[in-house]
Write a protein of this length. Structure first.
Length: 347
């Protein structure tokens, strides 16, 4: 009725996630930003409601981290300082799944050196490559409704696509339908040409919409679903297709080097401490703060106390080189929340 006051009920639902190989918190920071942005939008909509318009109860979903693990003591120190936590450096191979709280989403930027074009590319023969199977061990025991992974673009083409096919088949055996997309950080508000593949697995049998594609992307973007068809075959099998769906194998034509635009830099030995900037004829090293900005982190995010002194620049460069771009994670997080909201409407 016109002029009648109404009570606005907002029910908060926590989407619990764990942060494996979490580094300095790029996944967590991005997902929390996605949650906070939606909260701000919800508040603004509430203020703008006219008095004569009915308002139903709304559900506000918010990402909440319930567990973190990383073996690097420096990254763990930064994470604890910024998020007010008290985690210890952790070898994920020694973690019992019964000690991990229940969760909805497993997040993990699992170590990429064994898949990177800059490395020896031994794949699963490398101990670091087998850490993917530690993810699978946790997924098998905990059965989260979603798996959210990140790795270098070279993962797609390693061993002519066989490595990625093993990843897809393993997730399929765990009853997850998988979608993925190559996203470039330069399309998400940072001046960095950094392509990474993002993989999302949906627990089969649960209503779930597609998260990808996101944004306009680039000519190298890839996005396909891998799941069984009615005849028992798979949509992709052991193939990796281009975005046009016509190429039998996606072969790499470049490298995973980081290039900063509009300046010129090159990534060497996976450490941004060796990046150099060419500008007006002057060459200098990028500062740790600039590297943080290129990854979407707040200024001095990694400048924290460690053993009675401030974190060294050497470690700060390394941590940013290993981090995910926060802006990209935030964009994916927003899309996940949109998918969750659409499920509520469908229900």
């Amino acid at each position: 009725m016109r002029g009648q006051k109404r009570c606005v009920n907002i029910e908060e639902e926590k989407i619990r996630f764990i942060d494996l190989f979490g580094g300095v918190g790029g996944f967590r920071l991005g997902l929390e930003r996605a949650s906070n942005n939606r909260l701000d939008i919800q508040k603004q909509r509430t203020k703008n409601i006219q008095k004569n318009v009915s308002y139903n109860q709304r559900r506000l979903r918010k990402f909440t981290c319930v567990y973190y693990a990383d073996i690097d003591k420096y990254a763990t120190a930064v994470y604890n300082y910024r998020f007010k936590e008290d985690y210890k450096p952790t070898d994920i191979t020694k973690v019992k799944t019964c000690d991990i709280p229940d969760f909805d989403i497993l997040c993990g930027g699992f170590p990429c050196q064994s898949f990177s074009l800059a490395g020896k590319r031994k794949g699963f023969e490398d101990t670091r490559g087998t850490l993917f199977f530690e993810i699978c061990r946790i997924v098998r025991d905990k059965r989260p409704r979603m798996v959210f992974l990140e790795n270098v673009k070279g993962l797609l083409s390693h061993d002519n696509g066989t490595t990625f096919a093993v990843i897809l088949e393993t997730l399929d055996e765990l009853r997850y339908d998988v979608e993925w997309q190559v996203l470039n950080s330069k399309h998400f508000g940072v001046p960095q040409n950094r392509e990474r593949v993002f993989i999302i697995g949906h627990l089969r049998g649960q209503s779930s919409g597609k998260v990808f594609p996101i944004g306009e992307g680039s000519e190298n973007d890839i996005q396909y679903i891998y799941r069984p068809t009615r005849d028992g075959e798979y949509e992709l099998g052991r193939r990796i297709y281009s975005k046009d769906g016509v190429s039998p194998i996606l072969l790499s034509q470049g490298s995973d080097d980081i290039k900063i635009s509009p300046t010129i830099t090159q990534e060497l030995s996976h450490s941004w401490g060796y990046n150099f900037q060419k500008n007006l004829g002057l060459i200098r090293r990028l500062t740790p703060r600039e590297c943080e900005r290129l990854q979407g982190f707040p200024d001095d995010w990694t400048l924290v106390p460690y053993q009675n002194r401030m974190m060294s620049d050497t470690q700060r460069y390394k941590m940013m080189g290993n981090a995910v771009t926060v802006n990209v994670i935030e964009a994916i997080g927003r899309k996940i929340l949109e998918v969750e909201k659409s499920k509520e409407v469908d229900d």
